[in-house]
Ligand binder design. Structure first.
Ligand code: FAD
Ligand code: UDP
Length: 370
């Protein structure tokens, strides 16, 4: 055998596993069907701006081991995610915090804000039965109507009364002037872009781009002892049990000849009428500076639309409902029977993984395997 491991997919999972395998003295080949490395964290330089091509990615983690690992491959800047909500031209601070409550109701103290929420949540009696009731019982009807209802219905394509309440539970509600979206200990954007970070992970490792493993399976299987597969698990089995569903997003990118479009990396459009859910202005992930520290005269924005997924589209978010969970469990049984195959990552395990979780998972697998 020419290689110890064939790694399918040059995303974060594949790149971390490849790095660890090579460090353990193994011979490794990475194949990637796209024309570039880095999977969904891929960034592309446009006029000195690192554009997040598959959606905005903000690294955040409480896992010290992951942080110490990944900072060997990139320096991270001090970016903190603080999105702004735009409701018909009214701007609000997110996540829900004292700035939001002050703008919404004119309240000044945390006590006044708490009293206002208390008064509005009274309309919900008993356990919240759906997302609408959950949201009102968390922050009251005013915030629900202006900052939650429209955004959520656009994002999920369904009425808030038909959505499960857990979706909204992970949004923080704070009676302090803290508008850091994440509660993580470590947060930032890799200086020079995510692509550079993955390049560093793959340094010295043989990578074949534009190579679809499933179309060349037999010959690729013959040159390696083991395969680490990070593509969709249902595609591996030729969709024999049916197709796993995804929620999809669509981006419209625009290069503008102005230095500052919206003054923030992310603005959420929370009314129902604006067709996009949010606009990302990529330069603000790196404070508007190019790699030499100069102000960038242009800007790139991406309007993000939620879209219905159909087979053949780019898979983004796994749908964690009962039907898809049960189908995945059936595929997992088949996967467990495969010889010399490891299924990993967000597509291989059909699991919504943040970047830190996917790195942790690849490191765990490497520890068990190598
Ligand atoms: P991927 O990046 O998908 O890599 C899999 C690779 O395998 C791809 O490059 C694919 O082309 C390749 N492949 C598939 N099939 C084949 C085949 N047959 N042959 C060869 N190659 C193949 N996480 C955060 O922590 N913070 C965020 O802010 C954040 N924002 C996100 C926003 C969006 C819109 C999305 C969708 C995800 C976001 N994530 C975020 C999650 C993050 O993108 C994932 O954790 C990470 O990209 C998963 O890495 P992976 O290697 O498992 O998968
Ligand atoms: N949400 C909202 N208004 C906002 C931002 C989020 O109502 O301005 C809701 C929406 O239902 C979303 C959920 O909160 O699905 C979780 O938001 P988060 O940003 O964590 O989710 P993501 O957009 O990453 O799926």
């Amino acid at each position: 055998m020419k290689y110890d491991y064939l790694i399918v997919g040059a995303g974060l999972y594949g790149a971390v596993f490849a790095r660890e395998a090579v460090n353990a003295g193994k011979k490794v080949l990475v194949v990637e069907k796209r024309p570039h490395i880095a999977g969904n964290v891929y960034t592309e330089d446009v006029e000195g701006i690192n554009v997040h091509k598959y959606g905005a990615h903000i690294f955040h983690t409480n896992n010290k081991k992951v942080w110490e690992y990944i900072t060997k491959f990139a320096e991270f800047n001090r970016f903190t995610n603080s999105p702004v909500a735009n409701y018909k031209g009214e701007l609000y601070s997110l996540p829900f915090n004292m700035y939001t409550f002050n703008k919404m109701w004119g309240v000044v103290t945390p006590e006044e804000a708490a009293a206002k929420i208390e008064e509005q949540r009274k309309e919900i009696k008993g356990e919240p039965k759906n997302l609408e009731e959950q949201a009102i019982s968390l922050v009251g009807r005013d915030i629900y109507e202006k900052l939650i209802k429209g955004y959520t219905e656009k994002q999920w394509g369904r009425d808030c009364k038909e959505l499960p309440s857990f979706i909204i539970k992970r949004l923080p509600v704070r009676l302090t002037f803290d508008n850091n979206y994440f509660n993580a200990l470590y947060q930032g954007i890799p200086v020079g872009g995510y692509t550079k970070m993955v390049e560093n992970l793959l340094d010295g490792i043989e990578v074949r781009l534009d190579t679809d493993y499933l179309k060349n399976k037999q010959e690729l299987d013959e040159i390696a002892d083991k395969v680490v597969y990070t593509g969709p698990i249902d595609a591996y089995f030729d969709f024999s049990l049916g197709t796993l569903e995804y929620r999809s997003v669509r981006f419209e990118n625009e290069l503008l000849d102005i230095p500052n479009y919206q003054g923030n990396a992310a603005v959420n459009y929370t009314d129902r009428e604006t067709p996009w859910t949010r606009i990302i202005e990529h330069k603000w992930f790196e404070f508007g500076k190019d790699k030499d520290g100069n102000d960038i005269p242009k800007t790139v924005i991406s309007r993000e639309y939620s879209s219905e997924w159909k087979p053949g589209d780019e898979p983004y978010y796994p749908v964690n409902d009962e039907k898809n969970g049960a189908l995945y469990a059936e595929y997992k049984k088949l996967a467990d029977k495969e010889q010399n195959m490891i299924f990993g990552g967000r597509l291989g395990e059909y699991k919504y993984y943040d970047m830190d979780a996917v790195i942790a998972s690849a490191l765990d697998m490497a520890e068990r395997e190598l």
